[in-house]
Write a protein that binds this ligand. Sequence first.
Ligand SMILES: CC(C)(COP(=O)(O)OP(=O)(O)OC[C@H]1O[C@@H](n2cnc3c(N)ncnc32)[C@H](O)[C@@H]1OP(=O)(O)O)[C@@H](O)C(=O)NCCC(=O)NCCS
Length: 164
Amino acid sequence: MASLPREALQAATDAQVIIRRMVEVDVPKVAESERLSYAFPWSEGIFRDCIRAGYHCRVMEIDEQFAAYAVLSTGAGEAHVLNVCVRPEYRFRGLGRRMMEHLFDVARACGTDDLFLEVRPSNVTAVRLYESLGLQQVGLRRGYYQAAQGREDAIVMRLSLQAR
Ligand SMILES: CC(C)(COP(=O)(O)OP(=O)(O)OC[C@H]1O[C@@H](n2cnc3c(N)ncnc32)[C@H](O)[C@@H]1OP(=O)(O)O)[C@@H](O)C(=O)NCCC(=O)NCCS
């Protein structure tokens, strides 16, 4: 898929950036980005299951170009970010931050107090982004993720949505 030239992207106004619900026809594009972004990507079937299960699945478009997606679950007063991903050519322009802030709004609208996520310690960009959004480490899950060499731990991070 063609992406916007960098200058056009930087000039994008708020009106050109849309975050909407993910629907099943989005899944092939989402899964393609997933494969570009993760060593152990979710399958198309996992994304379909998330939509059917009623998770909050979102897609971000810039000038109708697919740029990012996210999956959030909510329940029992807690929200969990299950996936957030920006297509490689759209990274480092604040879109990940913007998608996360959208997820915070969704979680708050569901009456959620706390938002949680897991992240690989090696994913320095993501950890820095989450910390700058106010998330704090509250735990470590040993050997949580598949890794090229065995397993990798997960940092568990939490944000109090009421305090924001
Ligand atoms: C993690 C991810 C979603 C961030 O998306 P993004 O749109 O690049 O994020 P942003 O531009 O909003 O912020 C990225 C952070 O990277 C850093 N950053 C910004 N510009 C940068 C640059 N040119 N070079 C290096 N780092 C930079 C900053 O710390 C920034 O945080 P800040 O807003 O506090 O300054 C994206 O890298 C991604 O999709 N990665 C693959 C999937 C993934 O790992 N998802 C997270 C799983 S837990």
